[in-house]
Design a protein around this ligand. Structure first.
Ligand SMILES: Cc1cc2nc3c(=O)[nH]c(=O)nc-3n(C[C@H](O)[C@H](O)[C@H](O)COP(=O)(O)OP(=O)(O)OC[C@H]3O[C@@H](n4cnc5c(N)ncnc54)[C@H](O)[C@@H]3O)c2cc1C
Length: 430
């Protein structure tokens, strides 16, 4: 291979896609990579899953393999800037292909790498914050560890709730000199040769689907919340309890395409929601073999190798399927149960279905358009995915920033993006 330029590659987003691209690049050649991640930890949304299909292993399995690869790699060639976001991206020179000057803002790093996550600081903290990792279903101390797999493995401080100088209890109990409450935000510039956008997704705001009652009825939750309810490290310690009264949910309805494939909400299919609901039906049975799930669908999409997963989940006699759109959800206020008005297309009848909890299979919305880009423009499609950027620009995309995908597809796309970056670098040199 011709000699590559020494300028690093910027990866925006440290989810499974961004991490994979970083590893593929640094394992293939001598280039270095800077991963800018807005969360205080890397791993993205996959870490918030209880298990992931098709194997149904916990996310830390795949994540641990990545961490091992990161740690066994050439020290320092992958730099993770967590709690960081892009402020501005500008081309260097006037033509495409000369690289980019990128302004990065990193939030104050109140906790340094001396932290052993002993937890003494959290014991004395008096303030609380909502636990966003658990989709705000519970709260935690203002000094907190984000999740059990957190990397970097250290506590964080939520500046919105910390009382800083008027408290300082955490600083005084820390035996490792790991806390500096005077840390400041940092803004700095880097120069990079190329950019991979791996900024992933956020859940569609289900409150916008007003007929389905999310935000109005406590027992209507979304699929991402269901992942945290099932997780042992989640707000209920892994018990699937309905939010209104903490009773075990035993008769759960899943509403597919909640907002998806709908011109008024998300016009596209998120590709994974059918699989996610089938997976969550398996969770229900695993937690309580007597529970029932009913999946309301337009059509079940489990392409390619996922047919086997569909067969596995649908062969369970307590998983029922009703082909039809749910027109409305109302609540029986005396019990907290939900009544779904739906059409059962196969029988041709309108039905009312009672469930003790409803899970909305809401789609994935790309984060790309939220990235600040200064004088350059990312070529998003009408839905905010960055599928095709002019390849002479050295800007590429991967994972759900590129198109709705599962983890496997996201990682494949990352290998492709890594190769594109290397080709770009070689061609520029040649
Ligand atoms: C309910 C549900 C269940 C699912 N279950 C499975 C499953 O079982 N198996 C499976 O294969 N797939 C599953 N998926 C799909 C899976 O979540 C995605 O394939 C995966 O998250 C894609 O990884 P990613 O790195 O592209 O995106 P993400 O996981 O979203 O990671 C993107 C990262 O970029 C960061 N970021 C975003 N914007 C910025 C910015 N401006 N600056 C810096 N950083 C930024 C984010 O903080 C995040 O860390 C599920 C999806 C849903 C909705």
């Amino acid at each position: 291979m011709s000699k590559l330029s020494e300028k690093p590659v910027l990866i925006i987003g440290g989810g499974f896609s961004g991490i994979s691209a970083a590893l593929e690049i640094t394992e293939a050649c001598s280039k270095s990579v800077i991963v800018v991640e807005k969360n205080p930890y890397i791993g993205g949304r996959v870490l918030q899953m209880y298990k992931y299909f098709p194997k149904l292993c916990p996310p830390f399995c795949g994540f641990e393999i990545n961490l091992r690869r990161i740690k066994s790699g050439d020290e320092g060639r992958i730099q993770f800037l967590v709690s960081s976001e892009i402020e501005e991206i500008n081309t260097i020179g006037s033509a495409d292909g000369n690289g980019y000057k990128v302004k990065i803002k990193q939030k104050p790093q109140y906790i340094n790498n001396n932290c052993t996550i002993c937890g003494e600081c959290a014991k004395v903290c008096t303030e609380n914050r909502l636990n966003d990792f658990n989709y705000n279903m519970d709260s935690q101390k203002a000094i907190y560890i984000t999740n059990i797999s957190a990397y970097p493995s250290k506590y964080n401080i939520d500046a919105e709730f910390c009382k800083f100088d008027s408290c300082k209890k955490c600083e005084s109990v820390c035996k490792y000199d790991a806390i500096n409450l005077n840390a400041k935000e940092e803004i700095f510039d880097i120069e990079v040769e190329s950019i991979i956008v791996a900024s992933g997704w956020k859940p569609y705001d289900a409150e916008k689907i007003t007929n389905l009652g999310f935000g109005r009825y406590k027992n209507v939750i979304t699929n991402v919340m269901m992942e945290r309810l099932a997780a042992d490290s989640g707000p209920t310690g892994g018990k699937i309890l309905r939010p209104s009264d903490n009773k075990e949910a035993t008769n759960v309805a899943f509403v597919q395409c909640a907002g998806s494939r709908n011109e008024n909400h998300l016009p596209y299919c998120s590709a994974i929601c059918c699989l996610a609901s089938l997976k969550q039906s398996i969770y229900l049975r695993e937690k309580n073999p007597e529970s029932n799930s009913t999946i309301f669908y337009i059509d079940i999409r489990t392409p390619g190798r996922y047919e086997k997963f569909y067969n596995r989940a649908s062969s369970d006699e307590k998983t029922k399927f009703i082909k039809g759109v749910v027109a409305n959800i109302s609540e029986d206020s005396s019990s907290g149960d939900l009544i779904l008005d739906a059409e059962d297309i196969l029988s041709g009848k309108k039905i009312k279905f009672r469930a003790d909890m409803v899970v909305l299979a809401a789609g994935m919305v790309p984060n790309g358009p939220d990235i600040k880009t200064g004088n350059i423009k990312f070529d998003y499609d009408a839905n905010g995915f960055l599928f095709n950027q002019n390849e002479n620009s050295g800007i590429f995309s991967t994972g759900v920033a590129k198109n709705p995908a599962d983890v496997y597809g996201s990682i494949q796309a990352s290998t492709g993006a890594a190769l594109s970056v290397l080709q770009f670098s070689v061609n520029k040199k040649g």
